[in-house]
Design a protein around this ligand. Sequence first.
Ligand code: SAH
Ligand code: SF4
Ligand code: F3S
Length: 455
Amino acid sequence: MTKKLFIKTYGCQMNVYDTERMIDVMAPEGYEETDTPEGADLVVLNTCHIREKAAEKVYSDIGRIRKMKEEKKQSGEEMVLAVGGCVAQAEGAEIMKRAPSVDMVFGPQTYHNLPKMVQKSLSLKSDGEKSRILDTDLAVDEKFNQLSKKDVKKKPTAFLTVQEGCDKFCTFCVVPYTRGSEFSRSVDDILKDAEKLANAGVVEVTLLGQNVNAFHGISPSGQEWGLPQLICELAKIEGFERIRYTTSHPHDMTDELLAVHRDVKECMPYLHLPVQAGSDKILKAMNRTHDSASYMEIIRKLREYRPDIALSGDFIVGFPGETDEDFEQTMELVRTVKYAQAYSFKYSPRPGTPASVMDNQIEEQVKSERLSRLQALLKEQQTEFNNSVIGKTLPVLVEAPGKTDNSVFGRSPYMQAVQISIDNAGFDDLQGKIVDVLIKEGGPFNIQGILAPGK
Ligand code: SAH
Ligand code: SF4
Ligand code: F3S
């Protein structure tokens, strides 16, 4: 009998990738994905610890699911409730204490053991035992060895993790503690996964890593390869027409990697390159290892190599000690770069990080004011970027049905979300194809177009 598995994913793309792998490892055990926790046999919360709000959300979700678990129990059936991901890694023991309805807690590096953990939990339950499972080991090697054997689903886009963890220790960030130290997969392993994806019809692959451009994997001939060599090798795989990578740190943005955007046509003209702040004093206090000038130099070179490149970034406002003047420098940097899109956050003090105990914390109200000013500027820039392609014909990869029956959804090379009106074609004919789209309308969030005439 098939069993139902519900996974809720919080946080970044690494977690999205991990969720897909959890679905893969549970499939041979008879678990099928469902889109509601109600009545599910296994519920996994794949959590994020990056900001306070994200972490607190988990506890309120546990409360909600606990009731569903009790209802299921009343009808004589068990629901296994598991908390995985970065909150689990950071505060596993606390979750166990605070939330007795949670049966198991596991970190981002141990989910390949999920089938075993679930079996154990069920057998403990049938013996009427109360003991629960906590597995937050941080060794990454074993996880990838176990996961690579699985097959993949048919979809035109896919994530492929090539690197995990982080050794940068920005003073605000929990990732080095929740994901562990930097680890690069071997080129052989990555290529094996890549071939599988290509065979399954993947057209666009996004290479993932918390510090993806610090990738340094062992190549088949025993040397170390960086991300540039890896991208060149992946571009040779038949079927891969688009390659993206995220997230990059300015520190590891080598000239060789910048040149890949000029020389490798599969490497898309889009880069997410977080700067965090425009003030050198704040960047130093953040331990970012770059300053605003070195960041701007990367942007200048990138635009020289690939003039149409679209840029994205992350920003934190209200980091301890940030004055009005410091914040103005962030605004100025944004005005100079002109982002195609970006993410921005209020600084959130995270337990165990150096910045959380700095004594010059910024008031909540100041943070909110700065954030809304920054977001207004970024939204303006995003709209401007989207409007700049009106009247142009862009190659768009069709990924999903559109909002209406007469439309499909896809992405431009610049990562813009595109709604395409279709009259004489169906989604099934177009899925996974790169079609020429004449852009008719812009706007802040997505753009609209029609299939280019004559194509
Ligand atoms: N590895 C990536 C992203 C890490 S987390 C990188 O180095 O860029 C994603 C983003 O969350 C960060 O870029 C940062 O802008 C934000 N972030 C991380 N910790 C935060 C905190 N304590 N408060 C607010 N935002 C934070
Ligand atoms: Fe966090 Fe900095 Fe590492 Fe990015 S580089 S994951 S922000 S510590
Ligand atoms: Fe969150 Fe962990 Fe990703 S803390 S941002 S899910 S690495």
